[in-house]
Design a protein around this ligand. Structure first.
Ligand SMILES: [Zn+2]
Length: 281
């Protein structure tokens, strides 16, 4: 149907859109298959450290190609780029959206790098996501030890000086698996949302409860990132399917089962983010 950018995919509905990390052909196919089965738009992401692996430009090209062939709107998204060059690489590959993550920098430096990327991206119709505050946890092999909760004053300063299409916030959410029960600060989210006219984004979706998703969406979260759950579903299915008939070394059935398991998870989450959450508010 269409390769669309973040701005296009997030407008015109009252729920949130799921964004799922991809790593290879089968995770890419699984994410798009799940969206087609749900009949809902989806955001397919690839992390900057994954895209920057030798030979992985090709995975980016596959993402763009499959998005163009999909029966639902698909946004192809570069996740957590820390530098201008990786954003430009993704744009050259045909990505519709890039995230420039200057959350580890000072707010002034974050604004400067975000503006540099946004100027280039917007001139080509590519959307931009940024982050204020920083999440703790492990993302694509890169670890952040301590979280920096989003400061609403920094958000106001950031939004006045930039023109991004979405803003990721740190309100107790984390990358990877949560250590113990995740505790989200919804008062802080509400305060951030009060003066924010662009969509807010929640990273670290794996391990959050249905109630937390519903509350977040009701307060203005429009995009929810799921990375670890993709890997977990894929690898668990890989191991159990392989172990049923180890000597077959079945390179047809095993990856297909993994792809279908990812698709089922994506369909379930997209349906909840689009509509299911309303039953809980
Ligand atoms: Zn993230």
């Amino acid at each position: 149907m269409a390769l669309v950018n973040l701005q296009e995919i997030l407008k015109k509905h009252d729920g949130a859109v799921g964004a799922f990390s991809t790593y290879d052909l089968f995770t890419v196919q699984g994410v798009i298959q799940g969206a087609e089965e749900a009949g809902l738009p989806v955001i397919a992401m690839i992390g900057a450290p994954v895209l920057n692996q030798p030979g992985n430009d090709y995975i980016g090209e596959i993402l763009v190609d499959l998005a163009r062939r999909a029966s639902v709107p698909v946004c192809i998204f570069l996740d957590h780029a820390k530098d201008y060059a990786t954003c430009m690489k993704a744009i050259r590959l045909g990505f519709s959206t890039v995230m420039i993550d200057g959350s580890h920098l000072s707010i002034e430096e974050n604004i400067a790098i975000t503006n540099k990327v946004t100027e280039a991206a917007h001139s080509l119709g590519v959307s931009v996501e940024a982050e204020v505050g920083a999440l703790a946890g492990l993302e694509d092999g890169e670890e952040v030890k301590a979280a920096k909760m989003t400061n609403p004053q920094h958000v106001a300063q950031f939004l006045a000086a930039t023109s991004v299409d979405g803003l990721a916030v740190s309100i107790g959410n984390a990358h990877g698996l949560y250590k113990g029960k995740p505790n989200l600060n919804f008062d802080l989210l509400q305060e951030i949302a009060k003066n924010c006219e662009i969509p807010l984004i929640l990273h670290g979706g794996t391990g959050l409860s249905r109630e937390q998703f519903a509350k977040g969406i009701s307060l203005g979260i429009k995009k929810i990132n799921i990375g670890t759950e993709v890997k977990k579903v894929y690898m668990e299915t890989f191991i159990t399917t392989h172990e049923k008939n180890v000597s077959a070394w079945d390179m047809i059935a095993v990856p297909q089962a993994c792809k279908n398991a990812v698709a089922a998870m994506v369909k379930r989450e997209l349906e909840f983010f689009a509509a299911g959450w309303k039953t809980m508010c």
